[in-house]
Design a protein around this ligand. Structure first.
Ligand SMILES: [Zn+2]
Length: 225
């Protein structure tokens, strides 16, 4: 086979090689790996030498290579997505009942999360509407000798944030139309806070007396009632 025109010959050979690479990618991959393996030592020596003698060029090549890989993976991303999508569809077909159950669960959970977020938002709105100050909380805490209003246990010093309100409890909770004012707040330990939940003050006092621990109801905290 002969081309008189060297340029045309090169073009022909290149086109052939391109087609061959496309047709037998595995063969070329293997050849590439074998070549790299065969020249591994040499390559390493060359790289080390370059790094030592011309670190700028070494860095430039490194970034060029990583850039090339990045572009390649970017190019492949769409393809991978299609493959994944197909696998996903296949999986759903083969695991129908399981997938339905999972998606039901996911929906339920996300609904629950949405409700929780809405409640949190409402509570924050309510807290902002109140007029409680940090100093009022500090004074109230001191007045109660750093103790829970309900059970008398000492409480670790809270951070006294009027909008965070850990370590305190609303006597009449938001859900029972209470207001976020200092008159409606008492220091409270976590246990009492969670067992009071959304009971009103008198409901909770009754509950303590009759249900939780009749002995505790005899402890008298300041300003109880
Ligand atoms: Zn308590």
């Amino acid at each position: 086979m002969g081309f008189k025109d060297k340029k045309r010959e090169r073009e022909y050979k290149n086109a052939w090689a391109r087609r061959d690479r496309k047709l037998h990618p595995e063969k070329y991959r293997k050849a590439r790996l074998a070549y790299a393996e065969k020249h591994r030592e040499n390559n390493k020596r060359y790289r080390d030498k370059l790094k030592r003698e011309n670190p700028e060029e070494y860095a430039r090549r490194n970034t060029a290579v990583s850039k090339r890989y990045r572009n390649k993976s970017k190019k492949n991303r769409g393809r991978v997505r299609v493959i994944n999508k197909k696998a996903h569809i296949r999986f759903r077909r083969n695991h129908q009942e399981e997938c339905r159950k999972k998606s039901r669960e996911y929906n339920r959970r996300s609904k629950k999360r949405a409700i929780q977020a809405e409640n949190k938002r409402k509570r924050m709105e309510w807290l902002i509407k109140g007029d409680v100050t940090r100093q009022q909380l500090i004074d109230l805490f001191e007045l109660h000798n750093d103790s829970c209003h309900y059970c008398g246990k000492r409480i670790r010093k809270p951070n006294f944030s009027p909008l965070y309100l850990v370590g305190f409890d609303h006597k009449t909770p938001m859900s029972r139309r209470g207001r976020h004012t200092i008159k409606n707040i008492v220091p409270s330990c976590i246990n009492c806070n969670s067992s009071k939940n959304n009971k009103t003050y008198s409901e909770y006092m009754k509950w303590i007396k009759n249900v939780r621990d009749p002995a505790l109801s005899t402890i008298s905290g300041p300003e109880r009632g």
